[in-house]
Design a protein around this ligand. Structure first.
Ligand code: NAD
Length: 260
């Protein structure tokens, strides 16, 4: 379905971003990976994806906290594949503390990586999409883009901001074949969440399994983690012709979290 398209996935060396890159690669899309990791592991990942999906793979180590590098990532995709057809804004980080104890540099960093970088990548990609007449933007927000939790001020603010930004770009592209939507995952067991589980286990002097059960029980009625594969399938749907008229929406994949 996406044969020959060129897609940028920010933060795709692990977790959800990698899951989405795999899902779109399986549909024939060329893949511009981005994110941090050991050079050897990244080379191995590129080889694996190339062999598995028979598509072109490139990688950029662009730091999403730096606006100039975000734009360069998009331009690298155009230089390498001839276009940028799909942008998946996924890279994100977390930090938890009550507002009065929240380190200012953590606030700045989370807003830069989880929110501002999506603005910069869309700003860079939209002129290319308008020229080619087709585009898909998928912003990975969160259940925290729709509802809040204590101790997550920067993350919740950034994700709510990303949901709002998604709507604006959807309106600005409404009369074109470019769409912009958000996916709002609940808990997905990735390195980002594993760290929160490890912290909770250490804090509560409980086992990792117990910490996982409590984490799910607190928020996610299904008591099951969503998977990167499921988020990937949702992204494929948003890139399909069936989703041509889905614009500015937030697709929850959250086990019922935000139905409560
Ligand atoms: P992860 O930690 O597994 O992956 C994050 C990716 O972002 C990695 O590839 C990392 O290298 C990259 N990254 C981090 N900082 C970066 C930077 N400055 N520049 C470029 N790349 C950077 O996390 P994940 O759980 O897969 O999260 C991916 C996205 O999904 C995030 O935006 C997160 O907020 C969102 N999300 C995750 C969950 C969850 O339960 N895991 C739930 C809702 C939303």
């Amino acid at each position: 379905m996406l044969k020959g398209k060129a897609a940028v996935f920010t933060g795709s060396t692990s977790g959800i971003g990698l899951g989405i890159a795999r899902a779109l690669g399986a549909q024939g899309s060329n893949i511009m990976l981005n994110g941090f990791g050991e050079p050897k592991a990244i080379e191995a990942l590129k080889d694996e994806l190339r062999a598995q999906y028979d598509v072109e793979i490139d990688y950029s180590g662009a730091d999403k906290s730096r606006p100039g590098e975000v734009s360069e990532l998009v331009e690298q995709c155009v230089a390498r594949f001839g276009s940028v057809d799909i942008v998946v804004n996924n890279a994100g980080i977390q930090h938890t503390a009550p507002v009065e104890e929240f380190a200012m540099e953590k606030w700045e960093q989370i807003i830069a990586i989880n929110l501002s970088s999506a603005f910069y990548s869309m700003k860079a990609a939209l002129p290319h999409m308008r020229r080619s007449g087709w585009g898909r933007i998928v912003n990975i927000a969160s259940a925290h883009g729709l509802v809040a939790s204590a101790t997550k001020s920067a993350y919740v603010a950034a994700k709510h901001g990303l949901v709002g930004l998604t709507k604006v770009v959807a309106l600005e592209t409404a009369r074109s074949l470019i769409t912009c939507n958000a996916i709002c995952p609940g808990w997905v067991l990735t390195p980002l969440v594993q760290k929160q589980i490890d912290d909770a286990a250490a804090r509560g002097k409980i086992s990792n399994e117990e910490a996982k059960t409590r984490l799910l029980g607190e928020k996610q009625p299904s008591l099951e983690f969503a998977t990167p594969e499921q988020i990937g399938a949702a992204a494929v749907f948003l890139c399909s012709p069936a989703a041509d008229q889905i614009r500015g929406t937030s697709l929850s994949v959250d086990g019922g979290w935000t139905a409560q």
